[in-house]
Design a protein around this ligand. Sequence first.
Ligand code: ATP
Ligand code: MG
Length: 397
Amino acid sequence: MEKNVFYDYAICHYDEIGIKGRNRRVFEDKLIENIKKGLMAGAPGSFEYVKRISGRVIVKLSEKGKNDIKNIEKVLSRTFGIAYFTFAFSCLQDIDSIKANVLASMSMKKFKTFRITSQRSKKDFPMTSQDINVEVGAYIIDNIKDIKVKLEKPTVNCFIEIVDNFSFIYFDKINGHGGLPVGVSGRALLLVSGGIDSPVAAYYLMKRGLEVSYIHFHSLPYTSQSSLDKVESLVGILNNFQHKSKIYFVPFSDIQKEIMLNAPDKFRIIFYRRFMFKIAEEVSKKEKIIVLGTGESLGQVASQTIENIIATADAVSMLILRPLIGFDKKEIIKVAERIGTYDISIIPHEDCCSLFLPKNPETKANLDEIKKVEKVFNIKKIVLDALKNIEIKKSLT
Ligand code: ATP
Ligand code: MG
């Protein structure tokens, strides 16, 4: 029996809750597509194929891939839909081959205690999982000195999976982010600032299967180009989960001036937001995007009281998702650190909204009053002009 030193497969497991019935195929096809795209971007040439076998997706590693485990791990750990994954050795589907390969791979490890954990999904294999555990375990004890079986918390847990025509042997399970494959839920347009919150909101939208595009409003030339670059860097990091996306940059200073001239100071931010939403809605219609998203969290700042959220959301008929609505700032920061956006978000920048901030912003906006004031604006023209000046950038991982 040849000694198998390199992993030859990655096995991706997903939670099956919520993907029963017809949805299951859609889920699996998208997951396979996303894994392939991710590997092509993050570990090019690393696989021979990616395919579904019963209840799992397997990646057959190429020769190049066998030497690129670190990058493959990075990609798989960021692919939504994967609950956990492993790198595995494969061998022939007979007990002698399994024994020899388990011994070969365990001989490379230092340990005092171990267990064998078998799973037999292929029911016509002549032994039960328990038979396999006992026979392979005894063989290992006979062939490696000074070790013993320990079922609870062993130093080494050797997993054996017998599934379809494969026998897989592996040791470590690596956690993924879970969630649903990006794209299975449709497309969202996220209002992204350079702050901490909205990038985290993007993460949660993608996690539930939405493919995210981004729209950012800027006050060039009153603010600097660096705030746009910042948004681009943030989206670059978020692309770890999606690989490519579009950013719509909308010049906003003319609209802000018009608002400053025509609306009471205290309503300024509410009108900024209403126009942002209206423009985002028009972009969505053109792009067949079905939902908007923001990084709002209830009560976090004066502009995010429930009254103000109601007064701004009323500007459009589209659904607006606010995945952070129930998060404390501390919790949001933790996620931002984990996904790698925090360090960029905290670089000081000038946001278009903070630029022309009123002294006493309204914290409990009255919708009727807002609507009355809004009559002075030629909304159609303002939105159309904004659409003409949008700059679209494609962003890759
Ligand atoms: P963030 O950290 O995302 O900037 P925040 O706590 O600073 O959020 P606000 O500045 O009140 O809160 O913004 C609330 C939400 O409005 C943001 O999460 C984002 O979705 C949207 N938003 C704010 N400014 C902009 C902008 N310049 N362009 C696009 N969207 C924006
Ligand atoms: Mg902000």
